[in-house]
Design a protein around this ligand. Structure first.
Ligand SMILES: [Zn+2]
Length: 574
């Protein structure tokens, strides 16, 4: 291959290594993915993944002759120029000012093609920039030399580049100038990289599979890694004990938690971008018999089911809910056990109500989803509680108040008062179904007439696992199952997944929500005012077409979307 003109595009880095048999197609593909995920250049990504060394990268760039590649030694650094650029900028852009000459500043960068960085540098120094390439570890080492050690290296984009190899270095406060040891031959400490790579792969697996919770549990013989996915827990892999400590140190560093044994340093969060979707890992560390265990909750800020119509309500349920939300004021409740998707529904309702002519406020223990146009407040733990915080927020005169949860008599009272005085109040109540929610509210001491006046609608819900589309097969339910489900129609086809590669042998893939929507119709309101018992309430609800969770579940099972066993398990009531 002849040397093409210098205007050629930078893609040949991958080709260069491929042609030399230095990397495989598969490695290139991995590196391209890694690059996209962490916003890197291909070269950086190949080095980070350990597929090529920094010095091989220098060779490749030399070959390409796109930028001068220099052998950076402290002797060629003009300290005056380096300091002019400043420590913060140097560390952030991983750039080091070398010298100034004829209106140009020579700057060593690990990525001399980064136009944004070059523009910023030109702006700061008010000169033209002459970018040169130097090995990242050598730049880092010299940044330490110029600006002094004692500080751990900061990543330019800690969020996006979370599990990059620079992370665990920050996790080891004992090493004041971590790069120094690694520098020289351009090789990082191998096992450290391996651990980071392992953590990165693990997180990537979890994100790709849409896992909700990652459990890292310290065991006598190492660390077990388990994923909770669609409600079910399964083992992903195991880490040797020696790796476990480093993996935790890496996660601590990413969550910016002190390594000190400090109670306050047990919870944190790591922001991520995965396939252009912002997500957050909420980290909870717990000391246990065999060492520290970690739980990572994956929070997807821009969840796919954000609109009412995407929740899985049937046509009539959605219409009832929309009607309840269109009223001026009133209480709309979502109920279900933990992990049944209530928060998602609550926020879909909030999103439905966002409008420029409405004032919306949301009060939660933790902000689950962010909304444009909503004043969102996180309640501090133990600081007066939800009720008093809600009272304060109501002084803002909101049209809509999202109250994270009705957790006691006081919040119930605030919610009802606000709903009766013209605010639409959306809240959550831990109860197994719509009627059970009514009973709970009564047990909290609400007067029946107040409740009847405030309440517009109760939505109860459950999540069931979907049948895997790839391996689903018809089944004939046995008599016992039929009997337990209240004998669904004879001859109806039902389905189960047989287990395949697509569903990791579970027969399930994804989840869907079952709903019951109880609208407070005039008939039901009348019964509520009287303080009627469940039977009478149910009868009034039936009269206006109310369907139960179980009925909804059977409907979905008949359509082959879920299994009878799932429906049975999800809708069994105490
Ligand atoms: Zn399958």
């Amino acid at each position: 291959m002849s040397q093409p003109p210098s205007v050629r595009q930078p893609i040949p880095v991958g080709k260069y290594f491929l042609e030399r048999g230095r990397i495989s197609e598969q490695q290139l593909e991995l590196a391209l993915k890694h690059r996209a995920e962490f916003g890197l250049k291909l070269g950086q990504s190949l080095v980070e993944l350990g597929f090529v060394t920094e010095s091989e990268m220098v060779e490749a760039l030399r070959y390409q002759a796109r930028f001068p590649c220099i052998h950076l030694t402290s002797g060629i650094i003009d300290l005056h120029v380096a300091r002019k650029l400043g420590e913060e900028v140097s560390r952030r852009l991983r750039a080091l000012g070398l010298n100034q000459f004829a209106g140009h500043t020579t700057i060593a960068l690990q990525d001399p093609s980064d136009d944004e960085a070059l523009e910023e540098l030109a702006h700061i120094l008010a000169t033209r920039i002459f970018p040169v390439y130097a090995e990242p570890s050598v730049i880092a080492k010299n940044i330490e030399l110029v600006f002094g050690g004692g500080k751990t290296t900061k990543s330019a984009k800690p969020a996006a580049r979370a599990a990059a190899p620079s992370a665990p270095k920050a996790a080891e406060p004992a090493r004041t100038a971590p790069v120094e040891k690694a520098a020289g031959d351009g090789e990082a400490v191998p096992d450290e990289r391996a651990v980071v790579e392992r953590v990165r792969t693990l997180l990537q697996d979890a994100f790709t599979q849409g896992v909700d919770v990652i459990h890292l549990e310290a065991r006598r013989d190492g660390m077990s890694v388990r994923f909770r996915h669609d409600g079910a827990l399964r083992e992903h892999s195991r880490l040797p004990s020696a790796w476990a400590r480093q993996a935790i140190a890496c996660l601590r560093a990413l969550a910016k938690l002190d390594a000190a044994e400090d109670e306050r340093a047990r919870e944190g969060s790591i922001p991520f971008t995965f396939r252009n979707e912002p997500l957050e890992l909420r980290v909870v560390l717990t000391p246990s018999l065999h060492g520290e265990s970690v739980v990572l909750h994956v929070l997807r800020g821009q969840g796919p089911r954000r609109q009412l119509r995407d929740l899985g309500l049937d046509g009539s349920q959605q219409a009832q809910l929309e009607e309840a939300l269109s009223a001026r004021g009133g209480l709309v409740l979502v109920s279900g056990p933990a992990g049944s998707g209530c928060t998602n529904t609550l926020h879909a309702m909030l999103a439905h109500l966002v409008a420029p002519d409405r004032k919306l406020v949301a009060l939660e223990e933790r902000i689950a989803f962010e909304h444009e146009g909503v004043l969102q407040v996180a309640r501090e733990r133990g600081a007066g509680g939800l009720a008093s915080a809600a009272r304060t927020l109501l002084r803002q005169d909101p049209d809509v108040l999202l109250l994270g949860e009705i957790d006691g008599r006081e919040t119930a009272q605030v919610a009802v008062e606000a709903a009766r005085s013209g605010t639409i109040v959306l809240s959550k109540l831990r109860a197994s179904g719509a009627f059970e929610a009514l009973t709970s509210l009564r047990h909290l001491g609400l007067e029946p007439y107040l409740l009847a006046d405030a309440l517009r609608c109760v939505v109860a819900q459950r999540l069931v696992r979907r049948v895997c589309h790839e391996c689903k097969a018809p089944i004939v339910p046995d008599e016992l199952l039929r009997a337990r489900l209240g004998s669904p129609k004879d001859g109806a086809a039902f389905f189960e997944g047989e287990g395949c590669a697509a569903c990791n042998g579970t027969g399930h893939r994804g989840r869907l929500a079952l709903f019951e929507v109880l609208s407070v119709t005039p008939g039901l309101r009348h019964e509520l005012e009287k303080g009627a018992e469940r039977e009478a309430l149910a009868q009034a609800a039936r009269a206006s077409g109310f369907t139960t969770l179980r009925e909804q579940g059977l409907r979905q099972a008949r359509q082959g979307l879920t299994t009878l066993h799932e429906v049975l398990a999800a809708t069994a009531r105490p």
